[in-house]
Design a protein around this ligand. Structure first.
Ligand code: NAD
Length: 250
């Protein structure tokens, strides 16, 4: 990688939860950050305090938009070293209760965008002599979960997409890893409770109690792991799907 300039990261879904924490963590680690999301206003609010940050708003379900995000990042910062595919949606439903729209949206955000952005960024990483992609998958990419058929399908695909890409690009010094969080303290967890008609406070407390360490994972803890996996300290780690779940998957 180029030594003469600060490293650059693209973080998707950077307006809330794990994505916002990840933008903060990379900024704190000295990276230039391209914070990407759908809603320009929410995005600006989330990253306003950070140094060396630019924002990009658009629909990541569109292949051309993803290609534009990568080229605009290179135009703004002179290169790109790391891509964190974090944006995601969940519809809590069994297969028979999942609408076509919910299935397509889940696949479009959780999987298609990961593919479009990864495809667009690889030539830039290769040209610079290497880089890293970190995909925020899920513990439900490793095992099934109830009433989350489309989500589990999308996250399972992200895990194997990461492993396949890791093999294809290992010799080019491009590493691709997946992070598989358990229950993380973000708006998504509350949204899931709403979707299931459950009390948010009670549901979140039950999720925390279910974890061996008795608490939810915080978005900052996932963000720190993403920074580590992107760093040279993780230079021998490639193609893993790493749980961060307080021991739940043990
Ligand atoms: P969140 O709802 O706070 O954030 C999701 C982000 O994705 C938002 O910023 C949203 O605007 C963005 N997004 C959704 N659709 C988009 C689109 N079409 N284009 C651009 N951005 C879009 O939830 P979170 O918990 O921070 O989720 C981040 C990632 O972590 C997701 O991929 C999620 O599946 C994964 N995850 C979350 C948990 C959890 O318990 N919260 C557990 C495992 C995995």
């Amino acid at each position: 990688m180029t030594q003469s300039r600060l490293k650059t990261v693209i973080v998707t879904g950077a307006s809330s939860g794990i994505g916002a924490a990840t933008a903060r963590a990379f900024s704190g680690a000295g990276y230039r950050v391209m914070a990407a999301g759908r809603n320009a206003q929410r995005l600006h609010a989330a990253v306003a305090e950070l140094e060396n940050v630019r924002t990009w708003s658009g629909d990541l379900c569109d292949a051309q938009a993803c290609a534009d995000l990568v080229s605009e990042t290179i135009g703004a910062f002179g290169g790109v070293d790391v891509l964190v595919n974090n944006a995601g949606v969940i519809h809590r439903a069994r297969a028979e209760d999942t609408t076509d729209h919910q299935w397509r949206e889940t696949m479009a955000v959780n999987l298609d965008a990961v593919f479009y952005l990864s495809r667009a960024v690889v030539p830039a990483l290769r040209n610079q002599g290497g880089g890293a992609i970190v995909n925020i998958a899920s513990d439900w990419g490793l095992q099934g979960g109830e009433r989350a058929a489309a989500y589990c399908a999308s996250k399972g695909a992200v895990v194997l997409f990461s492993k396949a890409m890791a093999l294809d690009h290992a010799a080019e010094n491009i590493r691709i890893n997946a992070i598989c969080p358990g229950d993380v303290n973000t708006p998504m967890l509350a949204a899931e409770a709403h979707q299931r008609g459950l009390d948010v406070t009670e549901t979140i407390a039950a999720c925390a109690a279910d974890s061996p360490n008795g608490r939810l994972t915080e978005p900052e803890e996932v963000a720190d792991l993403a920074v580590f996996l992107a760093s040279d300290q993780a230079r021998a780690i490639n193609g893993v799907a790493l749980p961060i779940d307080g021991g739940a998957s043990a």
